[in-house]
Design a protein around this ligand. Structure first.
Ligand code: HEC
Length: 111
């Protein structure tokens, strides 16, 4: 990823126009985002992903939804509700549960 940093520095020197620089910055930002995507969570900026991280990232890093199938997520979330209760954390609200399961299943793996 080092080349993107060098690229930014040389572009800044070569383009004096503000909009050309803004466009370039956007392109760079997008290419960095897409290059990093496989490591991150899908739609990581969405409210559903944030609910997921907030509720399911407290004890361990949030697992990528594609690591389990939709059916496995059903079971897993139920099992995690027991952990949440045993840890004395507030239970998932019906809304949070639905949001999290929708998010996980929508991005679930196929096997
Ligand atoms: C209170 C702490 C806690 C919270 C909150 C929590 N987990 Fe876990 N999770 C654990 C522990 C501890 C394990 C280790 C496996 C075990 O003991 O069953 C685990 C394991 C997992 C695993 C791996 C299972 C495997 O077989 O490798 C997944 C997937 C997972 N959690 C998903 C979730 C999801 C989804 C949520 C949110 C609904 C969540 N976790 C919230 C404690 C938690």
């Amino acid at each position: 990823m080092r080349w993107t940093i060098d690229q930014t520095v040389t572009s800044r020197a070569r383009f004096s126009s503000r909009s050309a620089f803004a466009t370039l910055t956007l392109i760079l930002a997008l290419s960095i985002l897409s290059a990093c995507h496989p490591k991150g969570l899908p739609d990581s900026a969405s409210p559903a992903a944030q609910t997921y991280v907030a509720r399911c990232g407290q004890c361990h890093a949030p697992y990528n939804p594609n690591e389990l199938t939709a059916a496995m997520w059903d079971t897993q979330v139920t099992m995690m509700e027991v952990k949440i209760q045993n840890a004395g954390l507030p239970p998932l609200s019906a809304d949070d549960r639905e949001t999290i399961l929708d998010y996980l299943k929508h991005n679930a793996g196929s096997q």
